[in-house]
Ligand binder design. Sequence first.
Ligand code: SF4
Ligand code: SF4
Length: 314
Amino acid sequence: MSAITGANSVGSPLVLEIKGNALDDGPGIRTVVFLKGCPLSCTWCHNPESKRVHMELSFDPAKCIGCGECHAVCESGALTAGLQPGPDRELCSRCMACTEVCPSMALEQVGQEMDAGAVVAKVVKDHPFFEASGGGVTLSGGEPTLKPEYCGNLLRQFKDEGIHTLLETCGHFSWNAFESAILPWVDTVYCDIKLINPDAHKRHCGTTNTRILENLEKLLELSRLGDLDFLPRVPLIPGITATDENICAIGDYLKARGASRVQIMAYNPLWHGKSVKIGCDDLLAKDETMHKFMERDEVSRLTALFEARGLEMV
Ligand code: SF4
Ligand code: SF4
């Protein structure tokens, strides 16, 4: 049984997942290392289980067979016998004993400690796929820059192995820490630009976008100078980021700073289910429009707004 109940004490993030054969997180076939913890708190986050830095307990009632094994091992009184209504998260100490006895994987641990060497060893096994496809490793999250030294150490080891490195970031990081610890080891950066309006950004993402826009300008400058392969990305969230006003403003912003291309990320509503399993408040749960994939015509229409500003869609 693991006695670990939170982010570890040596400044390393918890690993949420290491996912191979990924085709949507950069060029070629990639292995994506998802790290836990993010400085933003976007209401629509498609990886809600990556937002908190600490280990979490996931419960899927659809998988529960009511065997009672979890109730028998829980010393905190957080679980009742019979078919589970879900753990009492006020009482749960996140000891994870229940996840080790649950026969149907209704209860699962979210986030695990892995030292950088173990992460690298796992990723390196996929090297043949990277070589054959022009792929590599992608650090994602959560927000990998939350732990810049760990992130840079990982990226340096990947580079030592001859692996292409890509960082997916929300852009909310200390530039000095990024520049010294991460930038030397990263080949490509994908950075989100979600909302131009700072008040809307604070309302939907928990912070204003001042720091993000400052960092974006620096990334765009490096890209213009040919010193960094950089791609700004815009998540299309119905009624929030996917408005004509916001898309036009982002397009104008990028174009004015010399960007030549942008990528959109179509809305994926599957995050609702993940949010419920880890006991997160889903503020958008009652909004029916947030439970559907976005219509293809609407994605095309918004894409055209970027194209009208001379931006190439990637
Ligand atoms: S993780 Fe929480 S619910 Fe599960 S056994 Fe430990 S205290 Fe009980
Ligand atoms: S151990 Fe798993 S399957 Fe059995 S009652 Fe607990 S949650 Fe349900």
